[in-house]
Every structure is written in structure tokens, then in C-alpha cells.
Design a protein around this ligand. Sequence first.
Ligand SMILES: [Fe+2]
Ligand SMILES: [Fe+2]
Length: 278
Amino acid sequence: MTGPLNNLEQLDEFVASRYDPSKAEDQFRDHSGAQPGVREFYRLNHIHQTRDFVLEKKRRYLGLDKTRMGIWEALEYLNTLVDDSDPDTDLSQIEHNLQTAEAIRRDGQPRWFVLAGLVHDLGKVLCLWGEPQWAVVGDTFPTGCAYSDKIVFHEFFRDNPDYGRPEYQSKLGIYEENGGLDKVDLSWGHDEYLYWAMRDYLPEPALYMIRYHSFYPGHQEGAYDYLMNAHDREMFDWVRKFNPYDLYSKAGEKVDVRNLRPYYEELIREYFPEKIRF
Ligand SMILES: [Fe+2]
Ligand SMILES: [Fe+2]
């Protein structure tokens, strides 16, 4: 896997600590303690994610003509992503997805919500297809309009080529006020990709969770409200409901993948055909 992070977990930990509920208000935006790899990750992400880059990735991947896999098969495939040099902190991709789903299940949430937890990070298979870390994970943000200063490490945007294009640097840029997020090209990553793979199968709130779970500027910082419509705002309640399960289920008990598999295979069958397009 190419990129400055030793493993993707390093980034998850950074995000979780950023939104740690026990943190004092003024500590939230102090990222001086971030590991060098994390900082460099955001630098690469912010300078390379131009609008043209996003459109190019959409053309390449959203036709879903890469392969066909079942959901469990895709989880196992994602699990071949060996990205950790430190076995002590290793939580495999399948375990993170299962822990998220199990935490949702324990709270008695609807079955489609549990399923959203199970699949939410499947889009990280992009790493296995040669995409660099900064084009798969990390907070997402709109391209084609001004960067919000609520985006983590926003100072790195100065070196993004779009920063020099005035048509992309007004508040609304190429978008209409309250025109809806569906029309907005967010930076490219595992969220948008998986949304397209899932959109024929899951109910809308699940699709919002999948598509916007990394859009922290939107769902946690309240930025870009002027791009959202009333329906987005309503659906973002679900995105916010999902977020703690994603961020904080790691502390939960270890999951027994083999024992849980039959339950999840049945849940998968309820919503998905044998194989779907990726
Ligand atoms: Fe994710
Ligand atoms: Fe996740």
C-alpha cells in the first residue's frame, strides 16, 4: 500500500481522538500533536484532490466494471489488505466492519442499519487496486468551491492547483445555493465509490451513512450547510447517528468472525443478490 501512513488505523485513531467527547472545546482544532505520517497524509490529500482528479476517478470506477463479488467475499478480499507493521495494534478490516455492525446490533437498531455497519468500509478495496492512501481514506470535502477553514489541516489547500482557479474559490463555486449534496463532487475516496456499488440495494438512510461518513466538515463541523438541501439535512441525522459506532466501537470486545458469519450471511441475503458489481 502506498502512502505515508503505516496503516489505515493510524488515521482512524487520529479522527477518533479529534472528536473525543472528553476533549475540551479549544483542544478540538489543535492538531500539533498529530504524527508526522498523519500530517503528511493530509498534505498529499489536500494538494492532489482537485476537481479534475475527482472526475477522473469517477469515470474510472463508477461504471462498476472492475469485478463481481458477494458481500462476504468482498469483506474477505478487503481483509487481504495487510497494512500494518505493528501486530499489536492490528485490527483487521473485517474486524472493524464487524465491530461496527455488532455495536449497532447491540443497540437494537434496524437490520439495514446493522448491515450498513458491516459494509461501510468495503470501498477501501480501492487500496488493493493501486490507489494511494490519500485517494481512499481521510475526511472528504467539496471540490469546485471554496475550502472551509473547518477542514482539518486546511492550510495545505494553498498548494492545490484549484486554489489558483477563481471560479472554484467563491463560496458556492460551480454549485447552486442549497442545490443538494448529490450534485456536489466531494473529494474522492471509499465513501463515494461504495455508495455507487450499494445504491440499488440498501435503504436511503444507509446510503447516506455510506456516502458521507467521512464528510466530517459536513456532519461534525456544520460546514457547507449552504450546499445542502432540506432532505440532506434530514438524512444527516442518520449520518451522525452512525458516526460513534464507526469511531468508538474499536474499544469494544473482540469479535469472533467465524461465529458471527452465519448471522451476517443471512442478513446479507436479505438485501443483496449472490454477487454484485464493483
Ligand atoms: Fe470509512
Ligand atoms: Fe470505518
